[in-house]
Design a protein around this ligand. Structure first.
Ligand code: G5P
Length: 224
């Protein structure tokens, strides 16, 4: 069996975590778990937990740590024999320590993208709520404006991508990420990538993972 490999990707809102995670999952066959996806799923399900989560996400605030760990850690338990990649979790030191108590990560990717690029990207992002497919009017526009490519259903903008929530998200990110980044740096597993374009950062990440996993990617095309 292939060596188990456990990784996480960090970066401010809009830095390309989701886009790069999908490429990694597709190219290297890792299971991909996105905290934002599971949070939105719980909001759509309209459960009691979902209603609570909504009050934070809508305001661009971090969801409390105990909610996040109980959302993410049980999912990892079910993947004990898989390679996985976490997108957006852990985001705070308590989350990182809770994860650390159960699993030793092999690699953490940290994305550094300038603020002006982030705010430009996020204000132009639209999603298909049922599938989570993400579009950007400049980078990967839908074939028909305002409609999902596969289903033709309308696209919406996340409440947390609207200007007021966006500012709050970017401000919070820096403060809470620093101790997490320091932790992974001290463990010698942090790899940082800087740039304004995902397509330019991707080849470096692709090459790092090929080396770490001792395999060539399954698919080297730059798909979304
Ligand atoms: P999420 O969903 O984890 P964020 O805020 O961390 O949300 P987000 O916004 O999903 O991250 P991303 O995944 O880093 O961004 O980036 P992306 O979606 O791939 O790319 C952003 C946009 O830019 C897309 O439209 C993409 O097509 C485009 N793009 C990518 N690359 C390029 C490029 O090179 N050029 C151009 N022009 N465009 C590009 O979390 C949502 C909320 O959930 C809560 C928080 O409230 C958070 O705000 N939450 C947590 N709370 C506590 N703890 C946690 N662990 C939490 N996780 C989530």
């Amino acid at each position: 069996m292939a060596k188990l490999f456990r990784a996480a990707i960090m970066g401010p809102p809009g830095s390309g975590k989701g886009t790069i995670s999908k490429r990694i999952a597709q190219s290297f066959g890792l299971q991909y778990l996105s905290s934002g996806h599971y949070l939105r799923e719980s909001i759509t399900a309209n459960t009691e937990a979902g209603l609570l989560v909504k009050t934070y996400v809508e305001r661009g605030m971090l969801v409390p740590d105990h909610v996040m760990t109980s959302l993410m850690l049980p999912r990892l338990e079910k993947l004990s024999s898989h390679r996985w990649l976490l997108d957006g979790f852990p985001r705070t030191l308590p989350q990182a320590l809770a994860l650390n108590n159960l699993y030793q990560l092999d690699l953490v990717i940290s994305l550094n993208v300038p603020y002006s690029t982030l705010s430009e990207r996020l204000s132009d992002r639209w999603i298909h709520p049922a599938s989570g497919r993400v579009y950007n009017m400049g980078f990967n526009p839908p074939r028909v404006q305002g409609k999902d490519d596969i289903t033709g259903e309308p696209l919406i903008q996340h409440d947390d991508d609207k200007p007021e929530a966006l500012m709050a998200r970017l401000r919070h990110y820096k403060d809470v990420a620093k101790p997490v980044i320091d932790l992974y740096k001290s463990q010698g597993i942090l790899h940082s990538f800087s740039g304004t374009e995902t397509d330019r950062i991707w080849p470096y990440i692709n090459s790092l993972l090929s080396t770490k996993l001792h395999i060539q990617p399954l698919d080297t095309s730059q798909t979304q």
